[in-house]
Design a protein around this ligand. Structure first.
Ligand code: ZN
Length: 368
């Protein structure tokens, strides 16, 4: 009753005719339309961030009954209304610097998700992200996660920066050529946020690599390695992550720089890596590509001399898509933001998602 209400600053309210209100969330384009009576329009109109529910009702000569409280509860739950006192309390979780720095992002969280934006931001800042592969996709996702407030990174990659890295990687410059990618990337991350802690490992990851030492310090794992073949590394990582109940995002390889969405793999929630592998094995069983010997020899192909073409902007699609899914998952713990593997098609600019589901007979995630 004595609670003071305010309108979420990220919400625009439109009156449609005399009996409807539309709430439009500026950051997310979400719209909620409700049928209302004139008194409800007046009630919402009077909310000013200073007046209590009791006074708002008294001014309109309405009783604060269950119906009114349920309606206010609905508006609060949908983040159309906020409680300024609660906001002030939750703000204290973050430093003043961070409140300024993440102002727009906090608005987005406030429009998009049910709980406190400040708690979500705090959660991001305390999450430890382990990234295998600091190539075009991995380094780009790392940068975007750092910009969003991730402050703990473990980076593993075997490559040094070459001439053509500068054209494809957003964070590397000519002066970095010859340096291990993980070291240059660490420098970039620290230049984004000096509070970042970053461990780097200039190392190959193959069948014999002990990855447990890295996994045990991680809350979230990302695989963007091109080599060895990402199907194998994801299988190794995915099974280990499954045992540790660690979420994994497979975001690179498979020519992901050509606008692939990658996939989020959450143990016991989404299809596991073995489900994905079984899907690909089945769908590619009749696919026997013939090499165009005039254009490329099989040896060239096997030696990886031949590279699939693309624009760095296409990598940026994969990077940004992955980062949005990862951030939404990290703060809410909800895998619904991931639709699995898909790719943006050039001809109609639609995303074509693969229809992979959990296999009940899967030896990893199936019902035992
Ligand atoms: Zn499975």
């Amino acid at each position: 009753m004595d609670t003071i209400l305010s309108i979420n600053p990220s919400v625009d309210i439109y009156k449609i005719g005399d009996d409807q209100l539309e709430f439009y969330f500026i950051s997310t384009r979400r719209r909620i339309t409700i049928d209302v009576s004139p008194v409800v329009i007046s009630f919402i109109n009077n909310i000013d961030g200073e007046t209590t529910i009791r006074s708002l009702c008294a001014d309109l000569d309405i009783e604060v009954d269950k119906e009114v409280l349920n309606f206010i509860g609905y508006l609060l739950q949908n983040k159309i209304l906020l409680i300024p006192a609660e906001e002030e309390r939750n703000k204290k979780i973050l430093s003043n610097d961070d409140l300024d720095r993440y102002d727009r992002q906090l608005n987005y969280f406030n429009s998009m998700f049910e709980n406190s934006a400040y708690q979500y931001q705090d959660k991001l800042q305390n999450t430890k992200v382990l990234i295998f592969g600091a190539g075009a996709i991995g380094s780009g996702i790392a940068m975007q996660l750092a910009m969003a407030g991730i402050r703990h990174f473990i980076l593993v990659d075997k490559d040094v920066i070459s001439e053509d890295s500068v054209e494809r990687h957003f964070c590397f410059r000519k002066r970095d050529i010859g340096e291990p990618k993980v070291e240059s990337l660490k420098r970039v991350l620290l230049s984004i946020d000096s509070k970042i802690e970053c461990q780097t490992y200039y190392s190959i990851v193959d069948y014999n690599t002990d990855i447990d030492i890295w996994l045990e310090n991680a809350d979230f794992v990302l695989n963007t390695m091109d080599e060895p073949y990402i199907g194998y590394t994801s299988m190794k990582l995915g099974r280990k992550c499954y045992k540790r109940n660690l979420p994994l995002y497979v975001g690179g390889g498979f020519d992901a720089h050509l606008m692939s969405t990658g996939e989020l793999i959450v143990p016991n929630v989404t299809p596991c890596v073995d489900c994905y592998t079984a899907y690909f094995t089945e769908s590619l069983k009749d696919w026997k590509p013939k090499y165009n010997v005039d254009a490329i020899t099989e040896k060239e192909y096997n030696d990886n001399i031949f590279e699939v073409g693309g624009l760095s902007s296409m990598s940026l699609f994969s990077i940004s898509y992955a980062t949005i899914v990862i951030i939404n998952y990290l703060i809410t713990g909800d895998a619904k933001f991931s639709k699995g593997r898909g790719e943006l098609l050039f001809d109609n600019l639609c995303i074509n998602y693969l229809n992979v589901s959990r296999n009940p007979n899967c030896k990893i995630c199936g019902k035992k």
